[in-house]
Structures are given as C-alpha cells and as structure tokens.
Design a protein around this ligand. Sequence first.
Ligand code: NAD
Ligand code: WQD
Length: 352
Amino acid sequence: MASSSSNILVTGGAGYIGSHTVLQLLNAGFMVSVVDNLDNSSEIAIKRVTELAGAKGKNLTFHKIDLRDKKALDGVFSSTKFDAVIHFAGLKAVGESVEKPLLYYNNNLIGSITLLEVMGAHGCKKLVFSSSATVYGWPKEVPCTEEFPLSAANPYGRTKLIIEEMCRDIYVSDCSWKIILLRYFNPVGAHPSGYIGEDPRGTPNNLMPYIQQVAVGRRPALTVYGTDYKTKDGTGVRDYIHVLDLADGHIVALQKLFKDSNIGCEAYNLGTGKGTSVLEMVAAFEKASGKKIPLVMAGRRPGDAEVVYASTAKAEKGLNWKAKYGIDDMCRDQWNWASKNPYGYGSPESDK
Ligand code: NAD
Ligand code: WQD
C-alpha cells in the first residue's frame, strides 16, 4: 500500500500534466523526484509546485536530466530507492512528428527503453505510462473502449503504440512487473490557483492553448478546422478532461499498483465520456473569460478524426475513478491561469 514514505520518480514532471500530478502527489504525502530535460518546460513550474505544496514542498527533488542519458538516470536510481515511476516524458506535437519522425522515435522510444532498462536493473517494476487516445487512430465508432483495435495515424501516435507494446512484452517476459497504461483524451484547464498551467512553446497545436492566446491578445483569431463534420454544429467533437481529474487518475493508478497483487499490464481510458464541439468550447470559454474569440472558418485539418470520446466504464470500475469537472470548470481555470500569466512562464520578449 502507498504510504507517505513512498518514493515516486516522475519523468517529464516539469511539463503540463506532470507538474499538476507532482503537486497532487506531494499533497497526498508522497516523496517525489522529477527527471526532466526542460526541453518543453520551465524550471519555474517546479518552483511554483514546490510553493503550492507548502510544507510538503520539501519532499520534491528535481534532476535536470535527459532520459536517454543512462548513466545520469542510473545515478538517480542509485541515490533513491523508488517504489514506482510515472512516465510522462516525451515529445507530443503531432505535426512536428510528421516532419521529424526520427526525432520522435529517438526521444520517445530510446527515452522509454532507457528508463525501463534502468528500472529493471534497480528492481523497480511498477510503472504508470502516459498513453493517449491517439492509439485508437480514427475510431469507427464512439465511445472508445479499451478493447478497440489500436492503430497509429502519425509518428507521435506510433511511439505511444510501440511503448504500449513494449510494456505488454515486458510483462509477458517477467510477470513481476505491474504496469498501468493511461490513455488520456484531451487534457485542458489548470490548477485553480492560476499559478501553474499549460505553456506550449511556439504556435499552439491544440485547441485550448490557442483559444487562450487569442483571449489574451497574442493571436488575432482562432482558425476552426472543419465546419462540415457530421456533428451537432459541423465542428469536430472531443472529450476534454480537466488536468486535475487527470492528475487524480494517476494517484489512483499508483494506489492500484501498490494494492493489487495481480494487475499485469492494463490500459485505462482517462476521459469524461462526454463529447464537446469546437464551437461549444469557444462559447464556454467566452462565457468564462468575458472575451470575444474571433473565428476564421476553415477546411478540415489533415489527419483529424470527426468525433472522439471515451468509454469511462473500465476506469470507473477498475480504478474507482470518475472525472469530477465539467467544461465550465475547465474554461474558468484555464482563463484564470491565462489572465494571470498571459505569457505562461515566459515574458513578452520570450514570445518572439
Ligand atoms: P509536456 O511537453 O508539457 O511535458 C512533457 C515533459 O517531458 C516536458 O517537460 C519535457 O521537457 C519532458 N521531456 C521530453 N523529452 C524528454 C527527455 N528525453 N528526457 C527528459 N525529459 C523529457 O507534455 P504534457 O502535455 O504534459 O504531456 C505529458 C505526457 O502525456 C506526454 O507523454 C504526452 O505524449 C502525453 N499525452 C499528452 C496529451 C496532451 O494533449 N497534453 C494527450 C495524451 C497524452
Ligand atoms: C481538438 C479539436 C481540431 C486547433 C491532439 C493529438 C492527440 C492528443 C491530444 C497527445 C479538433 C480543432 C484545434 C485549432 C481547431 N495528444 N482545432 N483549431 O486533435 O483531438 O488531439 O491532442 O496524445 O494525440 O492529436 O486535439 O486540441 O488539436 O484539436 O479547430 O487551432 O479542435 O480540428 O477538432 P486533438 P486538438
């Protein structure tokens, strides 16, 4: 059973989902070590998490290390005996992965292989891995259940699929491993303090960070990709989930790793089970922020699916977890973060 003395290694813990999860772990009494190369994040996120955690902030240790640096990673495992690992670290921009597939295979696959090798060598065999709804490719129907056939629509998605397969193979080779694959749908929102949140480098690829940057005046308008889908208003439908619900999903997954003796290697969707269109999301954000989001209607974005949302039954039953927050909460917290930090962890100068 997890106790306040449990040591958890979090790779990618300076990033968007990682920083929120690290805060929840500290609040729950865990000792946390973060390994991150800060490739897509800022050390300021780590400092703010430490502050938000109050007295428990002292239980956080940060290592600026690239996961592929096996010697450095081995050093971290030699200095602390970890009870489990949550593995967020990876590159995640779909379009960039199409342009630079080898960058994605190198970073995501070699990073994960190195981590799994070092874990095995140190006898740490409990893992929670950040997978994605992207492993369902273009689902033929919704809601997506964990039993759906898996496929990849781009190199980024292929790295998730391959890492999932590696995990299944590792468990087959050695059943003392316990692995939970969490397939996230569309994470949005921020900690209600407005002190940590998502801060993508360059032009945002995803809907919410783009809307947020329009709202604070960094971009003139949101381009709506596709108005002729067979959906309620013609725009794409997704399952948006508050990052706090996602973070909680990791805590319950960890607890399952500690508690259940026979879990093998198991995948769970983390979503709300509800579909929201692009225009519904824009309307909810306008309501939360009081800002008008100018729209430019455009054609479909290549590679996009029409409607994607999760079946949540397996996570509800197996993890005893259910998302608590709705779209209005997500937009309120996203706007709170955006209005307090219009340039994220950076400044207008770093926006160039
Ligand atoms: P993020 O980019 O904010 O966080 C990832 C972190 O990993 C960053 O801090 C980055 O610096 C670090 N990192 C990357 N490569 C590294 C390496 N080789 N060594 C050490 N650190 C490295 O992304 P996020 O949104 O927090 O996503 C976290 C994980 O969840 C990723 O694996 C992502 O693929 C997955 N995921 C994200 C979404 C989403 O929409 N945000 C959806 C599904 C799955
Ligand atoms: C949502 C909707 C767009 C931007 C991606 C990855 C997926 C996962 C989550 C990591 C779609 C529309 C978007 C914009 C728009 N990430 N949109 N204008 O495509 O569901 O999933 O992030 O694993 O792998 O593919 O999320 O936020 O990009 O798009 O109209 O400027 O918003 O067409 O309908 P997506 P998204």
